[in-house]
Each structure stands twice: as C-alpha cells, then as structure tokens.
Design a protein around this ligand. Structure first.
Ligand code: GDP
Length: 446
C-alpha cells in the first residue's frame, strides 16, 4: 500500500498548474495528499494537522524552481519541515550524558520492545566507540529468561554483566550495580528494567523506585517503531511518570513508515537518539532526521531532484554571466554581482585564486590590503550609483563621482580605486571572452 503512495502523489502533482509561484490552490491540493500520507505513515491526527498548517504558511508564494513541478516543490518544503520537527535542536542527541563516574543509564520500555537487545547494543557502542568500561544489570526479577538473555549478550559483546543473586528485588539489584560499578572502576552502568506487555501501575512504581535509588544521567525509552500510535502513548506515559531523556526506536529495519517518530517528537518533545535496525549487536544507528523524513514521505527522489534543480538555477545564472563576458560586457552591475558572489565564496582572494589568469590580480589585491570589509564598501559605492551610471561607468565625471562617494559615505579616491579595478577586470573579461569558454577552462591565460 505504501509503495503506491509516491505514485499517487505524483499523479496529483502532475495536474497542478506550472507557474512562477506556488499558488494557494496548488499548495492546498498538494497538502491534502501530504496529510493523507502522514496519517498513513502513522502520524497522529493532531500532529499531522499542526504540521500541515505550518507548511502551508511556508509554501504559499514561494517561487517555483524551473524544471520541477510545484507539487514536487511542496514535497521538498514538507520534507525540510519534517527534518526540522524531527531533529529539533538536538544536533548531538546521540552523545549520552556520561558526566560522572560511574554514570547510570536507565533503560525503560514495554516487554518485547527490544529493551534488552538495545541495552547490549548501546553498551557495545560505548565500549567500542568511546572506550568506556560498561557494566550491565538486568532488573527483570520476574523473568529469569530475560536476565539470562542479558548475560548471554554480555558474553557475546565482551561487556560485564552483574551476577544474578536470587531473591533480590529491582531496587536492591540497582543498588548493587551502582556499588559494583564504583568499586570495579566502571564508567557506566546500564540498568535494564523489567517490561510488561502494557503499562501498569506496579511497573511504573518499580521503575520510579529504581530511578530514585540511582538518579540516572540518561533515561532512555525503548519503543517498537512498528507499533505506531501505541508507541506514542507509551512515550507519553513513561515520560509523564518517570521522565525520559530520550527515545530509541527499534525495528526501523522493518517496513513501518516512521510516522511514530514524528508524533513522538511532537508530543513529548524528547529527542530520538538512536534507531535499531536489526537483531545483530551492531544494528544500532544514530538517529538521522532526514532519513526518517524521506521514509515518511516515501519520496526521497523528489527531494534530491529539487535540490539538483536549485543547483541548476545557480549554474544558469553563472552561464548567463559568462555569455555577457564573452560579448565583452562587464559593467558595474556585473562587478557588483561578482563582489557579492565573492563574499559568499570566501572573499576575494579565494575566488580569484580559483580563476585562471587571475592569480596576479589576486596578489595585487592582497598587497592592497583587500578584505571583505573593502568588498562591502565597494558594493555600497555601486549602490550609490544611478542605473544609468552602473550600466555605463564611463560617464562618471567629477560631479557625479562626488555625489556617489558622498552617498556611500566615502572619499572620491575610494571610488577611483573601484573604477580602476573595474577597468582592469573588464579588460581581463574581454580577453577571456575572445578566447571563448574552452580556452578559459584550460586556463589558457595563466
Ligand atoms: P525486550 O523484551 O524489550 O527486552 O525485547 P528484546 O530485546 O528481548 O527483543 C525482542 C526481539 O526483538 C528479539 O528477538 C530481538 O532480537 C528483536 N529486536 C530488537 N531490536 C530489534 C531491531 O531493531 N530490529 C529487529 N528486526 N529486531 C529487533
């Protein structure tokens, strides 16, 4: 059913009118489909509604990039917004807070969510990537099999597991883990709490007691990414009662569409730190918002397409400029555009250094103490010229020069320097133009 989603969306988008800007009607049509897509991807209704509304404001009136359809562009806007909501401000969500020794990490979640597996995966990650000494402890006193499972995984990945002492309750085991971690020189101890098939008061009370006994630096909720809306309820419940610091979404190797991630982020505001991508011990990855966003929309290709089209647009501008140079045209507007481009591309020297035949000029510029504040002042001078003056700088006589310099709050001598630079550059451009594009690409002027 999901496979056809992108086709269906494309079908709708193809019918949209192609015009200069996204019309409200275009956006509304596309967003209706996007909303359905979100709901099908298991995003909860209120979250989908809020989300679509915020996209609507952003999309209306945006210029349509050539060579993509308005619908495709809407998808790109939706995608970017998804990434933003999913990632929030948590650029380094995957960095766990290990700022005390030993640092307790509390693992919570329902039975079968992948809690024990994730505990071991994380322990392995901390050991392999950060060189941490980790101790794991199972607090699942009602399920000896779960305790045994953690012991087996520990052996497999080479991480120590707290020995089982029959008859101890969860809090007693947690205290013993803390003590053992301190005495044994461990950096981290991970507590794999008991799960239940559904949330109940007894479970929550037990986890609360463990939390109070250890004051964890991280409390990670493990949820099954395939359970959709249930996962969101689980997250709300655990966060309300225990207070979680982040989420690990498991089974993202399955064909769930990741909508739960969006709802969970929107509802709890807690970062998704990792995703589980399989049963193997290294099938754990940092959370990548763009991958989940692509998955929710099922339209990764379109995002890439729009990005490509935007690049092409810039390339088209450069091409137009090149054509002007080839005709020997280089007026103040061109110079202004160049100066602004230079500011974007790391200053004058950086850009000149990249252009064939400009090496000498780059050195002159350097000798003259040229930097970006100079570029800004030069742009100001050009802005102070009339349209006619920009197109034909040769008409600049003394009185015009005085007016322009005054308008930019600078001396006429500054303007003269700018004009001299313009003449030099125009010369070079003319020579380049004569040689044609091929000659330039070979660096023939060098
Ligand atoms: P717990 O009851 O929450 O401790 O869950 P377990 O850690 O025992 O995991 C239950 C099952 O899910 C096991 O068979 C795991 O191998 C499997 N599992 C856990 N995480 C993932 C995952 O990210 N992807 C897949 N495909 N399976 C997973």
């Amino acid at each position: 059913m999901f496979e056809n989603l992108s086709e269906r969306l494309s079908g709708v988008f193809d019918k949209l009118t192609k015009q200069g800007a996204l019309s409200e009607a275009d956006v509304a049509t596309a967003l209706r489909e996007v909303r359905v897509a979100l709901l099908e991807a298991d995003v909860s209704l209120p979250v989908a509604r809020d989300f679509v509304k915020s996209v609507q404001d952003k999309a209306a009136g945006q210029a349509v990039t050539k060579s993509v359809t308005p619908g495709q562009q809407v998808v790109k806007i939706v995608h970017d917004e998804l990434v933003q909501v999913l990632a929030g401000d948590d650029a380094d969500a995957a960095n766990l807070k290990i700022d005390q020794i030993p640092a307790p990490i509390l693992m919570v979640g329902l039975q079968g969510s992948g809690k024990t597996t994730t505990t071991a995966k994380l322990a392995k990650r901390l050991k392999d990537r950060e060189g941490k000494r980790v101790l794991m402890a199972s607090l699942d006193t009602r399920r000896p099999a779960a305790m045994e499972q953690l012991a087996v995984l520990g052996t497999q990945i080479g991480v120590d597991v707290l020995p089982i002492v029959p008859g101890q309750d969860a809090v007693a085991i947690a205290r013993r883990a803390k003590q053992q971690a301190s005495l044994g020189g461990y950096d981290v101890y991970m507590l794999d709490t008991a799960g239940r098939l559904s949330i109940d008061d007894e479970l929550m009370s037990e986890v609360e007691a463990v939390r109070d006994a250890t004051t964890p630096r991280e409390t990670l909720l493990v949820v099954d990414g395939l359970t959709g809306q249930d996962a969101v309820h689980t997250a709300e419940n655990f966060d309300g009662r225990i207070g979680i610091s982040g989420v690990v979404l498991t089974r993202m190797d399955g064909d769930g569409r990741g909508g739960a991630a969006l709802s969970m982020r929107a509802v709890t505001g807690k970062p998704i730190k990792f995703v589980g991508l399989g049963e193997k011990m290294d099938a754990l990855e940092e959370f990548h918002a763009d991958r989940i966003a692509g998955r929710i929309l099922g339209m990764g290709d379109i995002v890439a397409l729009v990005e490509k089209a935007q690049e092409t647009l810039e390339a088209e501008q450069a091409e137009r400029m090149m054509k002007r140079f080839q005709k020997g045209q280089f007026n103040m507007n061109d110079l202004k555009m160049q100066l602004e481009q230079m500011q974007k591309m790391g200053g004058m020297q950086g850009l000149m250094g990249m252009m064939p035949g400009m090496g000498k000029m780059a050195r002159q510029i350097e000798d003259a103490g040229f930097d970006d504040s100079v570029i800004r002042r030069q742009v100001a001078l050009i802005q102070s010229m009339t349209r006619k003056e920009r197109a034909n700088p040769q008409i600049l006589q003394a009185s015009r020069k005085k007016r322009i310099a005054r308008g930019a709050g600078q001396d006429v001598s500054e303007l003269n320097k700018l004009l001299k630079m313009h003449r030099q550059m125009a010369d070079v451009m003319k020579k380049m133009g004569k040689m044609g594009k091929k000659g330039m690409m070979r660096g023939g002027l060098g």
